[in-house]
Design a protein around this ligand. Structure first.
Ligand SMILES: CC(C)(COP(=O)(O)OP(=O)(O)OC[C@H]1O[C@@H](n2cnc3c(N)ncnc32)[C@H](O)[C@@H]1OP(=O)(O)O)[C@@H](O)C(=O)NCCC(=O)NCCS
Length: 214
């Protein structure tokens, strides 16, 4: 299911491709001409290029999308999609499978930052307690969980239609490729989502990509 992941200059490549489930995700560096555009315009250009490629693969003619009040991407009837951009990269996850109820994708760059500050803001006390002791492993774990939580948010927001924070989901289990998270807290809108959700994650050099399909 997962193949061809290379953050390779000037290449657009398939990240996930599973026609049975009807989803494809692509990730790319700017092999397209983004020249002197502003950061935002460059992001839009990358995303539109990716969507065009994915939709062509899925034989969908219309690549246009708008945004909902919460900023979530809205595609035409029958299509669900999630978008992320980070530095020179962008990724989209698109599904036409009616059995897929939610999806989310997020990409984060690993570079020198205030990891203690990020952990304090984004992780629960229990998650902090379970972090590795070795500094780089610890920092990468922080970024994996950060990204997983943004993916959870993007996947659930379109259904929940309510903003919810980083302290409202918690990692219950983790292995080399998957993070299992549960919602914690008392938010009414999340009460129906009581099963842990599985978020896939993978590291490629200094980027971590997380995605969720359910
Ligand atoms: C919305 C948010 C998740 C975006 O993540 P980000 O790392 O800042 O930015 P990314 O580049 O990865 O993603 C941006 C894309 O997210 C999508 N997005 C924005 N708001 C969204 C929402 N409410 N629901 C779903 N997708 C959304 C958009 O498609 C946007 O791209 P576009 O504007 O070009 O279409 C983040 O800014 C945020 O508000 N996080 C706080 C909420 C949260 O994560 N809670 C944790 C719960 S456990």
């Amino acid at each position: 299911m997962l193949f061809d992941l290379k953050f390779d200059n000037q290449t657009v490549f398939s990240l996930l491709d599973n026609r049975d489930a009807g989803f494809v995700a692509y990730c790319c560096e700017h092999g397209i001409n983004v020249g002197n555009l502003t950061k935002r315009d460059k992001e839009k250009q990358l995303v539109s290029y990716l969507l065009q490629t994915v939709f062509t693969k899925l034989s969908i003619p219309d690549v246009s999308y708008t945004h909902g009040v919460g900023g979530q991407p809205l595609f035409r009837e029958g299509i669900k999609g999630s978008i992320t951009h980070c530095g020179n990269y962008a990724a989209v996850l698109v599904s036409t499978d009616p059995k897929i109820h939610m999806l989310g994708i997020d990409l984060e760059h690993f570079h020198k930052r205030n990891f203690t500050g990020i952990a304090k803001r984004v992780l629960t006390i229990k998650e902090v307690e379970n972090l590795a002791d070795a500094p780089e492993q610890r920092e990468r774990e922080i970024m994996s969980l950060f990204s997983a939580k943004e993916t959870i948010f993007k996947a659930h927001y379109p259904l929940v239609k309510e903003w919810f924070g980083f302290q409202e989901a918690q990692c219950v289990k983790k292995n080399k490729s998957e993070i299992l998270m549960s919602f914690i807290g008392q938010r009414k809108a999340l009460m129906g989502f009581n099963m842990p959700v599985s978020i896939h994650y993978l590291w490629q050099d200094d980027y971590v990509l997380t995605y969720l399909l359910s």
